[in-house]
Design a binder for this molecule. Structure first.
Ligand SMILES: [Zn+2]
Length: 122
């Protein structure tokens, strides 16, 4: 009889559904400490801020995922802070995907976007 070896790197603590409450970030949309969630799920999320996109093809994201999605394409920003990790500034396209930035990276991106918008409107 052979036995298998569990090679998973997930610890019991990460999978615990009885994790104690964490201290939520001031901007956390639930602000409930995420008690009872698995430790790996104890992420603080901010409210979304969405910008409808005028020139983006609304069909593109549907084709990308193969299922109908939001008929109006939009860009979204939000914050996330997984337990024990630094806060990330996230920029997404609808709910299809997002890119995570450090606060410093987000400031550089914002400065570049403002500069590009000012050049575009000249
Ligand atoms: Zn939270």
């Amino acid at each position: 009889m052979t036995s298998t070896t569990n090679t998973s790197t997930t610890t019991t603590d990460e999978m615990s559904l009885d994790a104690p409450a964490r201290v939520c970030m001031p901007w956390c949309r639930t602000n409930d400490g995420h008690e009872g969630e698995a430790t790996v799920d104890q992420t603080c999320w901010s409210k979304d801020r969405a910008i409808p996109l005028e020139t983006e093809d609304p069909v593109s994201p549907e084709r990308l995922m193969g299922t109908p999605r939001d008929p109006v394409p939009y860009s979204v920003t939000y914050l996330e802070a997984p337990l024990g990790e630094s806060t990330r500034v996230c920029v997404g396209f609808g709910d299809l995907f997002s890119i995570k930035y450090t606060p410093a990276e987000a400031r550089r991106l914002a400065a570049h976007l403002i500069e590009r918008a000012e050049v575009a409107e000249r």
